[in-house]
Design a protein around this ligand. Structure first.
Ligand code: C2E
Ligand code: CA
Ligand code: CA
Length: 764
């Protein structure tokens, strides 16, 4: 249309021009004034060219202004629609179109009229002038800060994102610049820092290690592909550039944590709004500046920008690697035994409860086996703590090898271990497995354990048949273990008969009360013989219970029950009085003046007036204190060493002897001989039984006797059953012996006969 107009105007001008030329030519021909003709022709051409040119220029100006106006109209709309400060400008610096946000920010007139682009554009970019080079730089810059200060003195730091959008006919390039007010970001950052700090404070476990400076901040604006990491975060993660894209972040996530990350991204896409009211949290590993993957706790919250209405997510990133490592270590420690590296009691309980649940839900059957290394305390005492640990580790290895599929092994305390085995339909499976463990344990008797008899005992129960919970099944396996304790290498299955014996305990306790009142208790006497002379030098008072049903119940059954109640005091008092009375009676009958030994349990010993009580027993029965000896076990000293020493000293000052009973069954036995005022050491029968099989035990017995002798403490060996044992003890210099080889515990009448016989043999 426009082109047609130009063409028709040009055509008309040329037609007019041709007519004028023809007219001039005719006129000139008639008047023959050629020079004037030429002049006229030239002149008219010049006028025509001028008109034509003018028409062209006018037209061109009109149409390009129109087009520019139209283009600018749509750009103006675009700019106005942007929420961020934005402007449209050109490198001729003749026009600038700003949106409301920028006009408000720069405090320029609302309409934008009277704005001189030549000054305003450079000013917005913090310059006085804008050279071509500077413009190129502005276009290239992605995250450079530019500042300007308004009339009212407010300074604005901006990041401008500028793109060339078109070049018009005049070669003028138009630019669209979108700004980011850093004050906005900083305000948000400070808000975020603030709530990061509050978050950190509310999380006690982060408090200690976390200084504010360790918090990195990340801003994400809805719909914006760029995220804004704080400077701290950039250094933490080794990021370059002020922005980062989602893909950049994803590339840094630890491969195993990508699922967590992707889920999070998906959640944010769909439910960003949820985080306006709640704080989200995420823990994952991110590749960091040091080239390592580190654990970060990412906490985030969304806010809605008041200006644009858009959601912005602000998140704090905290390096929690040390805490994570600590947590993992704690978790390991919580379920793992430090010495052997196999699970500990907690680990066993956790697994056991789960498996019990399996037996209930899936009908599976398991065996629970409790194991105990026989006389482990001896090994610990004699081979040293480190070697003891080595044995525990060796034992743990042995256990691991015996685990079938789904089996589980743990160290539950000291030398107590447990196994859980899946049932294979073989009732003898536990006994077979324990048998294998015992054989493999025996092979460990090398190095520091050379010549040692290494054995273990076991008790086992079936799960779920033998208990209502894993705890109960384990308890019963342990009960079966303890019931067979006297025999080394015993393997006992829990039976309901054992269970019945627990049930009858309360019945027994009641009956025992009656027994004390109804004189069903009787003191038996077991002779103590001097190895030197072969004469009876003492008797040990050992209590017996004549049950109304005719059974003679041994003290090993009822003393532990009595010890749990006040009954033990009455029993001990009875034994003490009876023993003193009998000894005095034997003296009066002209029998040898023997020393009577009375056993006392720790409950008795910790009585306020134990010494007074013992002295009263002596006085009442008219017995001299040198004829009485109290047998105490070293375990009592473990309770309260100071009180023990005080009480013992009182007894000693009253002239009463004190024997350390069961020497060698507890810990640190040797140190107790030195520390506590004992007059006698009574070597436990387990030493004597094993003396001839175990070279080390033989050595212990020998050195204990030697130490006691040099300290002026008497020595007695209990449980002597053979001639060979007696021979060894004699060779070691042991003072006295007691055991079935000489005489069993017997009623007073028999003991009296025994003494008379002994007197006869030795010609007294
Ligand atoms: P104990 O003080 O260690 O007593 C030694 C135990 O070994 C006695 O068992 C005795 O019969 C047994 N015995 C002695 N010689 C031999 C032997 O050669 N071979 C074997 N295999 N065993 C032998 P008993 O009489 O059944 O006493 C068990 C425990 O009951 C005693 O161990 C003692 O701790 C406790 N007891 C006994 N009477 C009393 C008492 O009046 N008061 C307190 N508190 N405890 C007592
Ligand atoms: Ca004893
Ligand atoms: Ca004993």
């Amino acid at each position: 249309m426009k082109r047609k107009t130009i063409t028709s105007i040009a055509f008309s001008v040329f037609v007019a021009f041709a007519i004028i030329t023809a007219y001039i030519m005719v006129y000139a021909y008639h008047h023959r004034e050629v020079s004037e003709l030429v002049y006229l022709i030239f002149n008219s051409y010049a006028i025509a060219a001028l008109i034509l040119g003018l028409v062209f220029v006018l037209h061109w100006q009109y149409s390009s202004a129109k087009r520019r106006e139209q283009a600018q109209q749509s750009l103006r709309q675009l700019v106005e629609s942007l929420a961020s400060p934005a402007m449209l400008w050109n490198d001729a610096l003749d026009t600038v179109i700003m949106n409301d946000t920028l006009r408000e920010l720069s405090e320029l007139t609302k309409s934008g009229e009277g704005v001189d682009a030549k000054y305003i554009v450079p000013w917005l970019f913090g310059q006085k002038l804008l050279t071509e080079t500077q413009i190129r730089e502005i276009v290239r810059a992605r995250d450079r800060e530019y500042s300007f200060t308004t009339k009212n003195g407010t300074k604005h730091d901006m990041i401008w994102n500028t793109a060339g959008i078109e070049q018009d006919e005049n070669g003028v390039t138009w630019y669209l610049s979108i700004g980011l007010d850093l004050a906005d970001i900083r305000r948000m950052q400070s808000e975020l820092t603030d709530y990061s700090r509050r978050l950190a404070a509310s999380e006690g476990r982060h408090m200690l290690t976390m200084e504010l400076t360790d918090i990195g901040i990340l801003l994400i604006e809805q719909g914006n592909p760029n995220m804004f990491p704080s400077e701290k975060l950039r250094t933490m993660l080794g990021l370059k550039g002020e922005t980062i894209t989602l893909q950049d972040v994803r590339a840094k996530i630890y491969p195993l944590d990508l699922t967590i990350f992707d889920n999070h991204v998906q959640t944010m896409r769909l439910r960003m709004r949820d985080y306006l009211t709640q704080t989200g949290r995420l823990e994952l590993r991110i590749g960091s500046a040091d080239g390592q993957y580190r654990w970060y706790s990412y906490r985030f919250k969304a806010t809605q920008r008041t200006d644009t209405g858009r959601l912005v997510v602000g998140g704090s990133l905290i390096d929690i690697t040390p805490e994570k490592e600590k947590d993992q270590r704690i978790e390991r420690l919580a379920y793992e035994d430090e010495v052997t590296g196999i699970p500990n009691r907690n680990g066993l309980m956790k697994m056991g409860r789960d498996l019990y649940q399996c037996t209930v839900e899936l009908g599976a059957v398991y065996w629970v086996i409790a194991l105990d290394i026989d006389r482990f305390h001896l090994i610990n005492d004699t081979c040293g703590y480190e070697n003891g640990n080595q044995l525990l580790r060796g034992f743990a290895e042995t256990l691991k090898k015996q685990l079938n599929l789904g089996g589980f092994g743990a160290r539950i305390s000291g030398d107590n271990f447990a196994l859980i085995l899946r049932d294979s339909g073989d009732e003898d499976l536990p006994a077979k497995v324990v048998g294998r463990i015992q054989r493999s344990l025996a092979t460990l008797a090398v190095g520091p354990f050379a010549n040692r008899a290494l054995t273990c005992s076991a008790g086992y129960a079936r799960m779920p048949a033998d208990g209502e919970s894993f705890e109960q099944v384990l308890e019963r396996a342990e009960f079966a273990l303890s019931s067979g304790k006297a025999i080394l290498g015993s393997i006992d299955r829990y039976t309901s008969a054992m269970h019945d014996s627990i049930v009858t305990e309360s019945v027994l306790e009641k009956e025992l009360t009656d027994a004390v009142m109804n004189r069903q208790l009787e003191v038996y006497y077991q002779p103590k013989v001097s190895l030197d002379t072969g004469r009876v030098v003492g008797m040990e008072a050992l209590i017996r219970w004549h049950h109304p049903d005719g059974r003679l119940i041994p003290p090993s059954v009822f003393i532990p029950i009595a010890e749990r109640s006040a009954l033990i005091t009455q029993i001990t008092r009875f034994a003490l009085y009876e023993a003193c009375r009998q000894t005095r009676l034997w003296q009066k009958l002209g029998l040898p003046e023997i020393v009577i030994s009375v056993n006392m349990s720790s409950t008795d010993f910790y009585q306020e007036n134990v010494c007074a009580m013992v002295q009263r027993a002596l006085e009442k029965n008219d017995l001299q204190p040198q004829y009485l000896e109290i047998e105490l076990t070293e375990s009592l000293a473990l309770k309260d060493i100071d009180t023990t020493i005080t009480r013992m000293k009182e007894l000693r000052e009253a002239g009463i002897g004190i024997a350390m009973d069961d020497f060698g069954t507890g810990y640190s036995s040797l140190s107790y001989i030195q520390m506590l005022p004992f007059t006698m050491v009574k070597l436990d029968s387990s030493f004597i039984f094993n003396m001839d099989q175990d070279k080390v035990i033989e050595e212990i017995v020998k050195s204990v006797i030697h130490i006691a002798n040099t300290k002026g403490i008497g020595t007695i060996a209990e449980g002597v059953e053979t001639e060979a044992q007696e021979k060894l003890l004699r060779a070691f210099g042991c003072g006295q012996v007691q055991g079935f080889h000489y005489g069993k515990p017997m009623p007073a009448k028999e003991a009296e006969a025994f003494m008379r016989e002994n007197m006869k043999q030795h010609g007294v």
